[in-house]
Design a protein around this ligand. Structure first.
Ligand SMILES: *Cc1c(COP(=O)(O)O)cnc(C)c1O
Length: 429
């Protein structure tokens, strides 16, 4: 698979290199040179396959010349070895597609776990690898669990001290073994800056085999294409021509994967790009002006992003496929409406959380007659226990994944946002 840098089309790399680099020169995103297409007859066959076999087929369309199908099947099996996505009926025309049954209870498990398998697989010489990443919550947990106990891999996760929820911290700072966590006396931006400094230090980078686990990594996107096919396979045949999928968006990786699924030939009628008050994209789709504002905090905090870094990929895809951006549906939902919608879902017998509630809201407002709607459940409500309990005035039970970690001691180190301190840690520990 060849990929080009969106900021400099002459920089082309293969899949292995793109996984390793994460970003190209000038922080440019990688995008596939060829967009494979599945013929309708083959699609029908694929829809009958089980999730792992079908996912292997899909991924192999992109990376067949770098990883054999047999090998890929084993990788996919290991990566997606947890309860599969679940379709839950909400109303006659609307279902939730729950993607949060992985080990860290958010859809990010799909991407992070597949990326881990790819890094392991593509590391042919068994060199030792250091994964360094900054997190504001969910990504850290997904990455830590994905690489947990992997040979030759050391994971170092930076997070802002006191700025992630207690449950989030327990989920990835109690693991130990090859997972090191460092709380930084500063903000998420400070953490990201430290990571950047480490990647800019060429000597350090080579001596410890520094590798990116960033959310813009192409392997994470490819993995996420697979569950859109699963969603499609689960809906009744008579509804398949009229499927609308609402996606809660932050960095817009999830939506990019959905659109890639469509470009492969999955006949999804329409997507709704759903945001909270951080509405750079809805405003852009409305008036054509790209005008990011300062990020505001909301109760759907995983979507508190005003400069979504996957957007250039979406624009490229629309250009390449000659699709009309005007056909992309969109909307933004305030915290107040999100709360109201969570209560509405609760009345319908469904306990949700703020991110999915935003998608449900826009879906139920925009669904046309004869259409069938799916909204993506991106995280388990227990991950946002305090918020959800306060809004619904109802207790949320902790699933086993959280319950078994809640009483374990935190193993994090703590440092000031000082690159020399981090460097010392990277070399010594
Ligand atoms: C990361 C995340 C999102 C946003 O996904 P993107 O791919 O960044 O658009 C939405 N909901 C939850 C719960 C998340 O963790």
């Amino acid at each position: 698979m060849k990929l080009y840098n969106l900021k400099n089309h002459s920089e082309q790399v293969n899949f292995a290199k793109a996984v390793k680099l994460g970003l190209g020169q000038q922080q440019g995103l990688f995008f596939p040179v060829e967009l494979p297409v599945i013929k309708p007859i083959q699609l029908l066959e694929m829809l009958k396959m089980d999730f792992i076999t079908r996912s292997t087929e899909i991924l192999s369309k992109f990376i067949y010349n770098e990883i054999s199908k047999e090998k890929l099947y084993q990788n996919v099996k290991k990566a997606f070895l947890f309860k599969h996505p679940l379709k839950v009926k909400i109303t006659k025309d609307i279902n939730c597609f729950e993607l949060f049954h992985g080990p860290t209870l958010a859809f990010k498990d799909f991407g992070a776990r597949f990326m881990a398998q790819m890094i392991l697989s593509l590391n042919k010489k068994n060199e030792s690898v250091t994964i360094l990443t900054a997190t504001s919550g969910d990504t850290g947990a997904a990455v830590a669990h994905a690489f947990y106990k992997m040979k030759n891999v050391r994971v170092i996760i930076l997070y802002p001290k006191g700025k992630i929820s207690e449950l989030q911290e327990k989920l990835f700072c109690t693991l130990g073994k090859n997972i090191r966590t460092i709380s930084i006396n500063g903000s998420f931006d400070d953490c990201q800056k430290l990571v950047k400094e480490a990647f800019n230090d060429k000597k350090l980078k080579e001596s410890i085999g520094l590798n990116s686990a960033n959310s813009i990594n192409i392997s994470r996107l490819l993995a996420q294409i697979c569950y859109y096919f699963e969603a499609f396979s689960l809906i009744p045949e008579e509804k398949r021509n009229n499927l609308v999928i609402a996606v809660p968006c932050g960095n817009f990786g999830n939506l990019t994967a959905g659109l890639l699924a469509k470009s492969l030939g999955l006949p999804i009628k329409s997507f709704i790009a759903c945001t909270n008050a951080n509405d750079t994209v809805p405003r852009f789709l409305n008036d054509g002006k790209w005008n990011p504002k300062k990020t505001v905090s909301t109760i759907s905090n995983a979507m508190d992003i005003s400069q979504p870094n996957n957007w250039p990929r979406i624009e490229e895809l629309f250009n390449r496929k000659k699709w009309d951006l005007k056909k992309l549906r969109f909307g933004s939902v305030s915290d107040k409406t999100t709360e109201k919608t969570l209560r509405e879902l609760f009345e319908l017998g469904y306990v949700s959380e703020p991110h999915a509630a935003i998608a449900y809201r826009l879906l139920r407002d925009q669904l046309k007659k004869g259409e069938f709607g799916l909204f993506l459940g991106t995280a388990h409500p227990a991950k946002f226990k305090n918020t959800v309990e306060k809004i619904l005035k109802n207790k949320i039970l902790l699933p086993d994944e959280l319950r078994e970690r809640i009483n374990l001691p935190l193993l994090s180190h703590n440092i000031n946002p000082d690159f020399n301190k981090l460097k010392q840690f990277l070399i010594e520990k």
